[in-house]
Ligand binder design. Structure first.
Ligand code: CS2
Length: 493
């Protein structure tokens, strides 16, 4: 079987949509840090649409800050990959050409800094996950004790962290008199632009005051709300695409038909006309971010922990269990919904229904385990922000607490059948140790975990209603199992 590549484009079946621009003439204007499947299904998808419609020098150089796997998948394919949109109505295949080259940071950090420092690069976008910001979520400050940050401050020419790479490239531009770029955060964090600005400037300040001042005065850090469900690609997905296109594509990305991108419109040196292809360019993204983080991601995390423990591998299976759907509806209406106000013209009820339909998409194999990763970094913005609002107004917190109890049950590392759970979280060891030390005592477990200030701040440990409700759920989970508990509590809607 031939490998997908520029030379083989002509042999693709007619129903695969192809780039309509001349890839040979395309120049790079964007460097993307963290080129996983999400970027290739989202920001690269919008940029591809701009190139198809309007052209321009907005090709993408993809960077991996850890493994070489995406580069190894895409390099033999001239950067090409297939994007598959799947739903109950069938699937749509598109060949994506916007990614021109891939660089692996750890292989040659100085080379990546040089690529980012080129004047032709106008935007550095990033999807490095919540933990990639190396900040303390409770204060937003750069964690100067983080080993990668400590390394990067001392070795700015050989950075490891995304923040180190950004500051190194900005420093190179500052020294060479090259205009600054835009830093475009595309991670699921509230005010992601402000988050990255704060840590970049704090890092730069540790290098030189002049650099920090130049960055603040010359660099835009727009916030964004990004949305598209992108499960990790499986070997089955690659085989299915191979059967359709008659070529081997190691870089396949599978996603849903839906996508949304809301971007704060402030850029240091121009941008693709994403608004011409469906993105929303606005003055303030905060309201959109809040709605998405609390309704979509909050629901996702609750379903991930409770669903995994109930024996459901995929989100669509959770949506097959009527009690889980009832719980989800209530969470959206009460715990999350009551904390949100929609912008004018935004139909929030239709949005909630659309979310449930998206979650129920059986054609997407979205694993509960995938979403369960990094809970310690995700819960603050997904569940704890709403929790605080509800506690203040003496509102409903029951399902938020259920989600937190399910997370605590999950990070204990052993499932209901006694099997090991592969917990992937920067705090996994600490969490597991607290669960083990308080084994058999739900109250002590909840109090110990709620005392982790990096996650729960200083306040929540003193909120007895939150603590007691969470203990109540955890006791039930241990006594009778998660699924049975949900079935009992949420029998009817
Ligand atoms: C998910 C998100 O993995 C997760 O934590 O909740 O990746 C979610 O699929 C996206 O934010 C959807 O836009």
């Amino acid at each position: 079987m031939n490998r997908l590549s520029q030379a083989h484009i002509k042999s693709l079946p007619a129903d695969v949509a192809l780039p309509t621009y001349d890839r040979a003439k395309l120049r790079a204007g964007i460097v993307h840090l963290g080129i996983g499947a999400f970027h290739r299904a989202h920001q690269a998808f919008y940029t591809e649409a701009v190139l198809n419609k309007l052209g321009g020098d907005w090709g993408i150089i993809g960077c991996s800050l850890r493994s070489a796997s995406v580069r190894d998948q895409l390099a033999p394919q001239d950067g090409l990959y297939t994007l598959v949109e799947r739903s109950g109505d069938g699937e749509k295949l598109q060949l994506m050409g916007a990614v021109l080259q891939n660089v692996v940071g750890p292989e040659n950090p100085a080379e990546l800094v040089a690529v980012m420092a080129q004047a032709s690069i106008k935007i550095i976008s990033m999807t490095v996950t919540e933990k990639g910001y190396c900040h303390d979520p409770a204060t937003g400050n750069l964690n100067l004790h983080h080993p990668d940050i400590q390394h990067d401050v001392k070795n700015l020419d050989q950075p490891k962290s995304a923040i180190g790479f950004l500051v190194a490239a900005l420093n190179a531009r500052f020294n060479a008199g090259v205009k600054s770029f835009t830093v475009l955060s595309c991670d699921n964090l509230p005010n992601n632009g402000e988050v990255v600005e704060k840590v970049v400037v704090q890092f730069a300040d540790a290098i030189s005051k002049e650099l920090a001042a130049w960055i603040s005065a010359n660099t835009c850090f727009p916030s964004t709300m990004i949305d598209r469900i992108v499960p990790a690609t499986t070997d089955q997905d690659r085989q299915d695409v191979e059967a359709c296109i008659g070529l081997r594509d190691e870089g396949v990305v599978v996603t849903e038909p839906f996508s949304q991108w809301v971007i704060e419109d402030k850029f240091s040196d121009g941008r693709p006309q994403w608004e011409k292809v469906g993105a929303l360019l606005v003055d303030d993204v905060r309201v959109f971010e809040k709605i998405k983080l609390r309704l979509l991601n909050g629901a996702h995390s609750i379903m991930a922990y409770s669903g995994y423990l109930s024996g459901f591998d995929y989100i669509s299976e959770v949506m097959n269990e009527p009690a889980c759907v009832n719980m989800l509806k209530l969470y959206m209406a009460r715990e999350a919904g009551e904390t949100l106000s929609a912008p004018a013209g935004f139909d929030i009820e239709a949005y909630k229904q659309q979310l449930r339909d998206r979650f129920a998409n059986k054609a997407l194999k979205h694993r509960t385990w995938q979403i369960a990763m990094d809970g310690s970094q995700k819960l603050p913005q997904r569940l704890l922000d709403s929790l605080r609002v509800q506690l203040k107004g003496n509102g409903n917190i029951s399902i938020i607490c259920l989600g937190i109890a399910a997370w605590i049950r999950y990070v204990s590392g052993v499932d209901e059948k006694g099997n090991i759970i592969e917990v992937s979280d920067p705090l996994a060891i600490e969490l597991r140790a607290l669960c083990d030390a308080n084994k058999g005592n739900s109250e002590a477990t909840v109090r110990a975990i709620a005392g982790i200030q990096k996650v729960f701040g200083y306040d929540l440990i003193n909120e007895e209603k939150f603590i007691a409700t969470t203990i109540g759920w955890l006791e039930k989970f241990y006594a009778q199992g998660v699924l049975k508990t949900i079935q009992q509590e949420f029998k009817s809607s």
